[in-house]
Ligand binder design. Structure first.
Ligand code: GZL
Length: 327
């Protein structure tokens, strides 16, 4: 009988020790190495994205934050897998770029039950999602970006004294916040104004190669009936300009070019007159992500939405005043 009692005590003790031990590595790790951040990045589809990754990595360095970064290679299932491995590893904070708006509830519920705060970086998830499943969104106001693109055309049509402008739109990744909201913000500014017609919208998935293919298809289908290209990122715009020039047309003159991101290559083409308007979307979100991670780890409350300052560069501006872009 005594033997059985002692065995039971031994069993309970070992379980308790193990549970205590389970807590120790994190506590021990945190004490030794500081905050551990798991960051799921979507890939390297554009110079903007490469600049964004660099910004996150350099900021982690500056903040003394241990960064585990996964590249999802443009696949949502890879992002979810990476987030699950970060949860299993019990990182202190999670951050990720939702490649599309839908499909995150399950993994975010797992993060919540693990008590790990979540930062949405650069792109948003569906507004239908239970807000308790993430702590903060830090990234652009894409509706504003779309409005800035349209505001330029409202000025340009007056400047041209034109009666109408036929617009072809090359959109980003379907169902991503930047594509959805750069489209809706743009449309909100020209709705009801009969001088503007969107002749076609075609997705280039934020890729330079697809931007060129899209432009070739648009020229084939619409020929000289396109006055404006509204492209959701500079990568696709660079591809589109290649196609325009191969067709013997002059970008910026025969076809007005409006683009988003503000990469150095786009600013250089703005200066050459081959692009007419560049709406800025900054990839430099790294420091904001790290500051938020530190605050969340410390249990501080943070704003739900944080938008960086962004501007727009057009042919009407002093282009010499634009400094180096860094991406
Ligand atoms: C916007 C970002 C977009 C960029 C593209 O914040 O998510 O993804 O506009 C990038 O260049 O691919």
């Amino acid at each position: 009988m005594a033997m059985k009692r002692n065995l039971l005590i031994l069993l309970i003790l070992s379980v308790l020790l193990c549970l205590a031990g389970c807590g120790a590595p994190k506590a021990g790790r945190e004490a030794e190495e500081g905050l551990l951040l798991g960051f799921a990045q979507i890939g390297s589809e554009s110079s903007w994205r490469i600049g964004n990754t660099k910004s996150v990595q350099e900021a982690a360095e500056r903040h003394g934050i241990r960064l585990m970064m996964a590249d999802a290679n443009q696949k949502q299932e890879n992002e979810i897998r990476a987030l699950r491995s970060f949860i299993a590893y019990r990182v202190d904070v999670l951050a990720f770029v939702p490649i599309v708006e839908e499909g995150w509830e399950n993994v975010l519920r797992e993060a919540k039950s693990a008590g790990i705060p979540v930062i949405l970086s650069d792109r948003m998830i569906s507004r239908e999602t239970d807000e308790s499943l993430y702590d903060v969104y830090v990234g652009a106001d894409f509706l504003e970006e779309g409005k800035k693109a349209a505001a330029y055309l409202l000025k340009k049509i007056e400047d041209l004294g034109a009666g109408r402008l036929r617009i072809a739109e090359i959109s980003g990744t379907l169902d991503s916040t930047p594509a959805l909201e750069r489209a809706s913000g743009f449309r909100s500014m020209i709705a009801g104004d009969e001088r503007f017609e969107i002749v076609e919208t075609i997705s280039g998935d934020f890729l330079r190669s697809k931007g060129k293919e899209c432009m070739q298809a648009l020229l084939e289908r619409h020929g000289g009936e396109i006055d404006v290209i509204y492209s959701h990122n500079d990568g696709m715009t660079l591809g589109a300009i290649e196609a325009i020039e191969e067709a013997g047309l002059v970008p910026g003159k025969d076809i007005i070019i409006v683009t988003v991101d503000g990469e150095q290559a786009a600013i250089d083409l703005l200066r050459e007159g081959k692009i007419n308007c560049v709406v800025e979307c900054t990839p430099m979100l790294g420091d904001a992500v790290m500051e938020l991670a530190e605050k969340l780890k410390a249990g501080e409350t943070v704003p739900r939405i944080i938008h960086p300052e962004e501007t727009v560069f057009t042919e009407y501006d002093d282009l010499d005043a634009i400094g180096p872009r860094g991406y």
